[in-house]
Design a protein around this ligand. Sequence first.
Ligand code: APR
Length: 234
Amino acid sequence: MLITANDRLFVLTGAGISAESGLATFRGSGGLWNGYRVEEVATPEAWQHDPLLVWRFYSMRRRDALAAQPNAAHLALASYEQQLGDRFYLCTQNVDDLHERAGSVRVHHMHGTLFQSRCTRCDRVFPDQSFYESAAALPACSSCGAPVRPHIVWFGEIPLDMDAIDRQLNRATVLLVVGTSGSVYPAAGFVHIARQRGACTIYIGPEEPLNNGAFDQILLGAATEALPALLLHA
Ligand code: APR
């Protein structure tokens, strides 16, 4: 297809790439995440109002992600990385770890990760696969004793390391976007930036994203079929 070994490939993935691993997308389920409204569980206000509900929600998502397996689309991206080395950069909006379990190494989780937690006072981030589902079990920081929250970027918060993303967008010759509805910024704006900087822009997913007008090519289809078919040419 369009990508050669001389390209610098920036890949942006969204919930759609993990859909075929059994993880629910947000907008595909009528604006609910497993029955929760986003304002109830994924905003700083939700955390202030009901940390137990927030932790129950993220505990459930931890369980779901632990039970899921990487699919052919995750594996295809890991193999493109092997071929392109540091000419490949993967930025994901997903908080699951399926890219890493498929073998991807250069992964930037711009919205945080399910399997890390963070102290609300000293900002210490640490690996965490636990479930917190009762008031008595709510976690506290082992260094300073303050409440611990999921290391997730909630609505209204700034995504992680936007500088690194910007540097990579600057150098990319191809932007490949997979399985995201194009409705949450800043990620939905990457295509405009890449295009302005002269990159070729490609979207893969079963339906057109909201920012469809900015793509040079839209390949309609499931990620597990369309991604492995994107051959790299020397
Ligand atoms: N292959 C590829 N794409 C798919 C598949 C599939 N098998 N199934 C569904 N999709 C597409 C849908 O067509 C939709 O466009 O995945 C997209 C999922 O969209 P959203 O649920 O809006 O997910 P996303 O765009 O990643 O959300 C962005 O918003 O929900 C918050 O912070 C959360 O990171 C998330 C952000």
